[in-house]
Design a protein around this ligand. Structure first.
Ligand SMILES: Cc1ncc(COP(=O)(O)O)c(C=O)c1O
Length: 381
């Protein structure tokens, strides 16, 4: 019998069915395990650019005071964010990454008697946080592959699942791993259609990257919908994935509840200082967005030339339809030192998710992909 078994019996029921989140493989791990050098990672949707010096310096400066606890209320960061967003500081909830805010939402609003709705192919953390509370998961089927937003959220299907016990609905906009989005018109109509006992969580982790007039300005809807919670992060376009800072924006009453559940010091001092400095670097964020839009375009077209279709994306990644050989393709790329993201755990075994890296990184990926496709063609001769 394994050492763990007796303890598994002691775990809360909800934990029995959980499996841990699988992060993208770090380059060091690939290099160690495959005995290669100079691996690149296009697997976790990070900003590939080096962060501004001002951000690094702000974080380093805090190290001198590392013996002190952080500001548990995150006063300066909440003030800076409130000013940046045009909301009040009491509408904000800081998290150790936006993942933490998702956990807080589940802990605050869910229990065994309630339910949460999310899409079949939406960000996997929704499933994890819902399951951990013992709440019922109501999982909506995604759009079909021939839809304009293939495998994206079907808001009608999600609405149809909402019942008396539903407390949370999770919408990722754009969604990870599909990159698809819901338009302002559709989301607004969805919000209007819902009863007041349902909190709608719109996860906008990739907000700063999203282009297009049909992408909703949800911030301006907070007064109209007190049950709307927006979740954003410094991990993506702001380039602070390692720092772990995210936040919720909501009605003050909702934020007050989330802050009751929040750990007192969930966002460390370095992260708070880095986020404040990053907010002052809007020109850098805008440059990152432009680079991403160009990179997305280039990646999509280059893949298409290799006969690989990808889903439309408003994020900093593409979901590429490789086919039944996706695992083989992934293995080939790994041996070439290129880490992308298999999405088998999303029920998407024929796809690979690829983050828009730097131009040089995309060169590496495309050369490797080209060689893979050539090797397949040769095999089939
Ligand atoms: C849709 C979405 N939401 C939330 C997160 C969590 O990000 P973080 O906890 O780094 O803010 C991610 C990370 O990939 C994501 O893709």
């Amino acid at each position: 019998m394994s050492d763990i078994d007796p303890y598994a019996m002691l775990a809360a029921d909800a934990v029995g069915g959980l499996s841990p989140y699988q992060p993208g493989m770090p380059p060091e791990v690939l290099e160690r395990e495959y005995g290669i050098k100079n691996a690149i990672k296009l697997a976790s949707n990070e900003n590939p650019a080096a962060v501004p010096v001002s951000v690094n310096k702000a974080m380093q400066a805090v190290l001198e005071d590392v013996s002190r606890y952080p500001d548990g209320g995150g006063f300066a960061l909440r003030e800076a964010l409130a000013k940046h967003l045009g909301v009040n500081a009491d509408q904000l909830t800081l998290g150790n990454g936006s993942n933490d805010v998702l956990v807080l939402l589940a802990e605050t609003f869910l229990n065994e008697q309630t339910a949460a709705v999310y899409d079949q192919h939406s960000f996997v953390v929704y499933r994890l946080v819902v399951q951990a509370t013992g709440a019922r998961a109501l999982i909506a089927a995604s759009n079909p592959t021939d839809h304009a937003q293939p495998l994206g959220h079907d808001l009608d299907a999600m609405r149809a699942l909402v019942d008396e016990t539903t407390r949370l609905v999770f919408i990722a906009n754009p969604n990870n791993p599909t990159g698809t989005w819901v338009t302002g018109g559709a989301l607004h109509a969805f919000l209007i259609s819902l009863p007041a006992h349902v909190i709608v969580v719109v996860d906008e982790a990739y907000f700063e990257y999203a282009v297009g007039d049909d992408y909703p300005d949800t911030l301006s809807w907070l007064d109209e919908f007190p049950n709307l919670v927006l979740v954003r992060t410094f991990s993506k376009a702001y380039g602070l994935a390692a720092a772990r800072v995210g936040y919720g924006i909501s009605a003050p009453g909702v934020a007050e509840l989330l802050n009751r559940v929040r750990q007192p010091f969930n966002v460390n001092s370095m992260a708070q200082a880095g986020a404040i400095a990053a907010l002052k670097e809007q020109a850098w964020v805008a440059k990152s967005k432009l680079a991403n839009t160009a990179g997305l375009h280039r990646l999509r077209q280059a893949l298409e030339r290799l006969g690989i279709n990808s889903l439309p994306s408003r994020g900093n990644f593409l979901l590429a339809h490789i086919g039944p050989d996706a695992a083989e393709c992934n293995e080939y790329l790994l041996r070439d030192g290129v880490i992308v993201r298999p999405v088998v755990n999303y029920g998407l075994s024929e796809y690979l998710r690829i983050t828009v890296g730097t131009e040089v990184e995309l060169d590496r990926l495309l050369v490797s992909m080209h060689r893979y496709r050539a090797s397949i063609a040769n095999k089939n001769l």
